[in-house]
Design a protein around this ligand. Structure first.
Ligand SMILES: [Zn+2]
Length: 330
C-alpha cells in the first residue's frame, strides 16, 4: 500500500502536496525535480492515488477502494503514465497523442485526470511547445506532473506554469530505519548502504538489494587491506579485475573514500562507533597506526583526483594505476 507516511524524508514536499489536497487547491501542473532513484515517481503515484481515492482519510489514500486498488496495480484509467516511442526522446507526437488529445476527454471515473511524465527532460523543444498548449488552458480536472532530474532543459514558459518542487536528500538515520524495517537487513549492512546513498533512499534500497554491490565492496576492502604488501604486477592484475564488473566507477571509488575517512576518523578519535566499516576494525586500526594524517589526506585527495579524471574520460586502467600507486606511497 502506498501512502505519504511511507515516504522517507521529503517533509516539505509532502506537506505541500497534502495541503493542496486538503484545501482543494491542486495545481494543474507540477515539476518534481530530484536525482535518479530519489523517489519522485513514488511521490507522484501517492499524490495521484490520493487525488482519485473515493474514501480518502484526510490527505492519505484509503488503499481499499476500487480506485486505490486500480491505482496500486497501475491500472487506473485516469492516472496516465506518458510513454515514448523512441528511447531517450519524448517527441511531439507522444505529447499530442497521450496528453493533448486525451485531456479533452472527461475522466472515466475519478474527479481528476492525472498525467505523469517520467524523465520529462527528454521532451524535445517541439514536445514542450505542444505541452504548453495544454498548460495554457487546462481543463479543470487535469493534473500534469513532470518528473525530472534536470529541469534546466525546460522552456521558461513551461516552468512558469508549473508548481516546482525539489526532492531533498533524506536523513541517514531515516533511511537506515527504513531499510532495516522494510528489508530486514542487519544494522551494519544498512549503515554501509546509507553511507553510499548520500540521502537517496531509492539508491540505498537498490544497494541493499544488490548482490553485486556486496561482491564489489568485499573485493575493494580486501584490496585496501592488502595493498601495502602487493607489488605492481599484483596491483595491475587487481585493476583488470575491477574492470570486469559493470559497476559505476564512481561508486567503486566511494568505497575507497569511505574506507580512508574511517581511517582518518579512527586515528583522530580511537572510537569505533562512528565508523562505517566497523566490522573491519582490526584492519582499520592497523592501517591508521601506520599512516600519518598527511598521508591519509593525500590519499583522499588522490581518490577525488581519480574521480575527476574518470569524469574527464581518462583511461580507467591508467587512472586507477595512478591512484593505487599514490595509496601505496602514503
Ligand atoms: Zn481509496
Amino acid at each position: 500500500m502506498s501512502k505519504f507516511s511511507d515516504i522517507v524524508g521529503q517533509q516539505q514536499l509532502k506537506e505541500h502536496l497534502k495541503q493542496a489536497i486538503l484545501t482543494d487547491k491542486v495545481s494543474h501542473a507540477y515539476i518534481i525535480e530530484g536525482e535518479r532513484n530519489s523517489g519522485k515517481e513514488f511521490m507522484a503515484k501517492v499524490f495521484a492515488q490520493s487525488l482519485q481515492c473515493s474514501d480518502r482519510e484526510e490527505e492519505e489514500p484509503c488503499g481499499k477502494c476500487h480506485s486505490c486498488i486500480q491505482a496500486e496495480s497501475l491500472n487506473h484509467p485516469d492516472i496516465i503514465f506518458v510513454t515514448h516511442e523512441k528511447p531517450n526522446v519524448i517527441g511531439v507526437e507522444d505529447i499530442r497523442e497521450q496528453i493533448n488529445s486525451d485531456v479533452q476527454i472527461m475522466p472515466y471515473q475519478g474527479p481528476k485526470k492525472v498525467y505523469i511524465v517520467n524523465d520529462a527532460e527528454m521532451m524535445t523543444v517541439q514536445a514542450q511547445n505542444a505541452l504548453l498548449k495544454t498548460l495554457e488552458e487546462p481543463p479543470s480536472y487535469a493534473v500534469i506532473i513532470l518528473l525530472t532530474s534536470n529541469m534546466e532543459i525546460f522552456l521558461p514558459t513551461i516552468v512558469s506554469r508549473c508548481v516546482v518542487l525539489h526532492m531533498k536528500p533524506a536523513k541517514d538515520d531515516e533511511i537506515k530505519e527504513f531499510l532495516m524495517r522494510t528489508m530486514q537487513i542487519p544494522d551494519y549492512r544498512a549503515q554501509i548502504c546509507v553511507a553510499f546513498a548520500r540521502g537517496n533512499t531509492g539508491k540505498a534500497r537498490l544497494l541493499a538489494k544488490s548482490e553485486e554491490f556486496d561482491k564489489v565492496k568485499d573485493e575493494a576492502v580486501s584490496l585496501l587491506k592488502n595493498i601495502a604488501d602487493m607489488d605492481v604486477a599484483e596491483l595491475t592484475q587487481s585493476i583488470k579485475h575491477i574492470n570486469e564488473y559493470k559497476f559505476d566507477a564512481n561508486d567503486y571509488l566511494d568505497i575507497f573514500l569511505i574506507w580512508y575517512r574511517d581511517m582518518l576518523l579512527f586515528k583522530a578519535t580511537h572510537d569505533a562507533n562512528g565508523l562505517i566499516f566497523r566490522e573491519e576494525l582490526p584492519a582499520i586500526r592497523k592501517a591508521a597506526d601506520k599512516s600519518t594524517y598527511e598521508g591519509i589526506e593525500t590519499i583522499i585527495e588522490s581518490i577525488e583526483k581519480c574521480k575527476a579524471r574518470l569524469r574527464a574520460n581518462v583511461n580507467f586502467d591508467l587512472s586507477m594505476e595512478l591512484l593505487l600507486l599514490a595509496i601505496k606511497e602514503n
